[in-house]
Design a protein around this ligand. Structure first.
Ligand code: NAD
Length: 433
């Protein structure tokens, strides 16, 4: 089939490229000229393991095309995927649909013959109806919901081996068409789940809110563990082994972040508010997650004896999770400016390089390796769980023998840290000293 992806970001680029890999021809459109130029030279503008290779291969095979010319791409395609961003409106919980609706207007303007429009963007319940209203000649279009569940950092695997493919439509013919599109993945075991359009739109928000709730639950339990001398990892294992609960998303850590959970929990609350439904549970998850960032800062105060000024604080990893360069919703975006404002001297290293988000901070410097970042540190904050941070000998790396390690990902074992006489703090576990 011939597909057009509108929006070539984390979702549009990965799913577009993977669609070519299962035999379709894909036109990826973006309004960002630099992005398209880079992609046409075979380089991915985002860090996603394995993506560069797939792009090069499929570009060469002439199955994958990158363009800023939407009109041309629309003419050549049968199915059009809307993959643009759906952030929260400024200072509001509600979802900014302007990119989606603009894309719909452009489709309506440039489409000559019958088209299938599929929303892959995460959109509030009823957005499919809004898109339909925008389309001038409705008979020419079918609007389907197909939310995307891939995770950054594991996006290619997630696309190729999804747990389920969700299709929302009020037309049987739409299910048949979408089943055909995804057949190679269904044949490999992906569940194909159909519902009405609004149902599919809600499934995506409900999934993300549920996962965010699980993380927040174990983070609150971690607070209790720290006070009572219990290891939260025992609790995660003890409850997660119950098949009704499941062990995933039960690892205590800083606070959930990223481009989806923060915005989608808020988006869901705003969708419910509009329907006069009080989602009190999701509201308290959002509040708890926000509080957690302040709680971590308070803990740093305690660790450093309320003496932050001029302290050298090194961050290992600043993205919200490993194997991605995405900074959206990362806890480091709160922690680093707060500590910097209080006079700390920040050094940081991230495998995906320097971050523009910190460039305005005077005493916040990126270093190209772990050693240079940590060598003079008073406090090292292990912020993101990249593999290269998992077996470091901090005693050899750090010159200051009184350094403290605050491990927000519980990477290191308490016993090992005790043996090595490292002053070590982690999440929901007793300190090693
Ligand atoms: P993104 O910001 O990385 O990419 C969006 C892209 O759309 C940008 O490159 C932008 O230039 C482009 N764009 C916007 N309007 C356009 C237009 N009219 N024409 C052409 N290009 C246009 O966003 P993302 O992270 O890929 O997310 C996209 C959607 O998918 C969101 O709704 C998000 O919630 C959802 N989603 C994201 C993830 C994820 O892990 N990032 C996972 C599942 C679902």
């Amino acid at each position: 089939m011939k597909l057009c992806m509108i929006g070539t970001g984390y979702v549009g680029l990965v799913s577009g490229t993977c669609f070519t890999d299962i035999g379709h021809t894909v036109y990826c459109v973006d309004k960002d000229k630099n992005k398209i130029k880079k992609l046409n030279s075979g380089k991915s503008p985002i860090y996603e393991p394995g993506l560069d290779e797939l792009i090069k291969e499929n570009l060469k095979a002439k199955r994958l095309f990158f363009t800023t010319n939407l009109a041309e791409a629309l003419i050549k395609s049968d199915i059009i995927f809307i993959c643009v961003g759906t952030p929260n409106k400024k200072n509001s919980l509600s979802v900014d649909l302007s990119y989606v609706l603009k894309a719909a207007k452009e489709i309506s303007k440039f489409s000559k013959n019958k088209k299938i429009i599929v929303t892959k963007s995460t959109v509030p319940v009823g957005t499919g109806d809004l898109i339909e209203k925008i389309l001038k000649n409705k008979k020419k279009f079918t609007v389907i919901s197909n939310p995307e569940f891939l995770r950054e950092g594991e996006a290619i695997r997630d696309f190729k081996y999804p747990d389920r493919i969700v299709i929302g439509s009020n037309l049987q013919s739409a299910f048949k068409l979408m089943k055909n599109l995804y057949l190679p993945l269904i044949n490999k075991g992906a569940k194909f789940f159909t519902t009405n359009r609004k149902g599919a739109e809600l499934i995506k928000y409900a999934s993300n809110a549920f996962l965010a709730t699980k993380i927040t639950f174990i983070n609150e339990i971690a607070n209790l563990c720290e006070k009572t001398g219990i290891n939260v990892e025992d609790i995660s294992l003890g409850i997660g082994s119950d098949a009704r609960i499941g062990s995933r998303f039960l690892r205590a850590g800083p606070a959930y972040g990223g481009s989806c959970f923060p915005k989608d929990t808020k988006g869901l609350v705003s969708i419910a508010d509009k329907a006069n439904i009080d989602l009190s549970l999701v509201k308290s998850v959002i509040k708890s997650n926000e509080n957690r960032k302040l709680l971590l800062l308070k803990k740093i105060d305690k660790i450093l004896g309320k003496n932050i000024k001029n302290k050298k604080i090194a961050f290992l990893g600043v993205t919200f999770k490993p194997n991605t360069d995405d900074m959206r919703g990362s806890v480091s975006l709160i922690m680093i400016p707060c500590l910097h404002k209080r006079g700390a001297k920040i050094s940081y290293y991230d495998p995906t390089g320097v971050k523009k988000e910190f460039s305005i901070l005077k005493n916040c410097n990126f270093y190209p390796d772990i050693k240079q970042t940590c060598v003079n540190a008073d406090l090292i904050i292990l912020h993101t769980e990249w593999d290269e941070f998992k077996s470091l000998d901090f005693n050899k790396i750090v010159k200051n023998k009184k350094f403290i390690l605050y491990d927000l990902r519980n990477i290191y074992s308490l016993e090992k840290m005790k043996q090595k006489k490292v002053k070590y703090f982690s999440i929901g576990r007793p300190s090693s000293n």
